[in-house]
Write a protein that binds this ligand. Structure first.
Ligand code: HPA
Ligand code: ZN
Length: 328
């Protein structure tokens, strides 16, 4: 249709993408074989992997996502992982991407911070030259490991500051409210990092308030549970705090029902800065254009809304104003 055509040609920024969540089953097996760790992945075949990607909650996904990371060991592994994502992003007309990585997932397995970061940044640099994609890296703290481990990770990252634009907060949400990480985010701000946090994915609207008030984030990742709190929605609209929404992820993890999808459209029309992203595309069944297409098809979005979403992706990005202007 015309709308799908429009989605495929519009340049866009992707702002919520876990690089570990772009590990396609084929590459998972290839790296497992190369690194002699086939025993570390709980599957015999590609079919078995795909069959396992049937989730009922955030945690049921996270268990498999962390298991898959066991095949990522060398700098070259992280390079190939990131490059594979960038080629797919280019095919979807992504011209700027801000990717998350989870250093603690790798350091806990004995893979140094620098190994993961260097593989990722080498691919990003190559993409700038060969695919015309600009990028930033955002390092995320795993909230289930608590604030002390997050603080140690921030300290470990300081020597690599020039390669890292911001800090984020991800992993199991319920029981790990943003306020626990206030001190870590204060230091990160002092060190010049931008700040984002997953909030209001499975957790309540209250966690979104905490991310705004305690962590002083520049964007909220997911944030869809904000819909349950009218005064929060009013605040987010007024402050133009962006939400990086991931529709296919929310459907796969059963975060919301159809009614909430429709409310999203109301918020978009009211001027909230909503953006569309793919989160963990290898696990949730689609890259960024598939996420736009899913929303367009389920909501019957008009061309004006598609334009608004594409524009929001640049407004919400950490690009300099000068570069941003070129796209909006
Ligand atoms: N939520 C929380 N943690 C995550 C996610 C997510 O959607 N993806 C990867 N880690
Ligand atoms: Zn996410």
């Amino acid at each position: 249709s015309d709308i799908l055509q429009l989605i495929s040609v519009l340049p866009k920024a992707e702002l919520h993408l876990h690089i570990e969540g772009t590990l396609e089953p084929e590459l998972m097996f290839e790296l497992a074989a190369r690194n002699n760790v086939l025993d570390k992945i709980p599957y015999e075949s590609l079919e078995e992997v795909r069959a396992a990607y049937n989730f009922h909650s955030l945690q049921s996904f996270l268990d498999l996502y962390y298991a898959g990371c066991a095949v990522l060991i060398t700098e070259q592994d992280f390079y190939e992982l990131t490059w594979a994502y960038l080629e797919r992003a280019a095919a979807d007309k992504v011209v700027h991407t801000e990717i998350f990585f989870d250093p603690q997932t790798h350091s806990a397995r004995g893979v140094p911070f620098a190994t993961a970061l260097q593989g990722i940044t080498r691919a990003l640099k190559n993409a700038e030259a060969k695919l015309g994609i600009s990028s930033h890296v955002i390092m995320c703290f795993l909230r289930h490991l608590g604030p002390e481990s997050a603080m140690a990770t921030l300290q470990e990252a300081l020597p690599f500051k020039e390669h890292i634009k911001g800090v984020g907060l991800d992993s199991s949400e319920l029981g790990f409210p943003p306020s626990l990480f206030q001190e870590v985010f204060q230091l990160a701000a002092k060190e010049g990092f931008k700040a984002v946090a997953h909030a209001g994915e499975e957790g309540p609207a209250e966690y979104v308030w905490e991310a705004v008030q305690h962590l002083k984030v520049d964007r909220i990742d997911h944030g869809v549970k904000s819909i349950e709190d009218a005064s929060l929605c009013a605040h987010l609209s007024k402050a133009q705090t962006p939400l990086t929404v991931c529709p296919l992820s929310n459907v796969k993890l059963k975060v919301y029902d159809g009614e909430l999808v429709e409310k999203l459209q109301v918020l978009l029309k009211q001027g909230m800065c909503i953006t569309i992203n793919s989160d963990d595309p290898a696990y949730f069944g689609g890259y960024v254009n598939a996420n736009y297409a899913f929303l367009a098809e389920s909501l019957g979005l008009d061309a004006e809304s598609i334009y608004q979403l594409h524009k929001n992706s640049f407004v919400a990005s950490f690009l300099s104003d000068e570069v941003r202007e070129k796209y909006i």
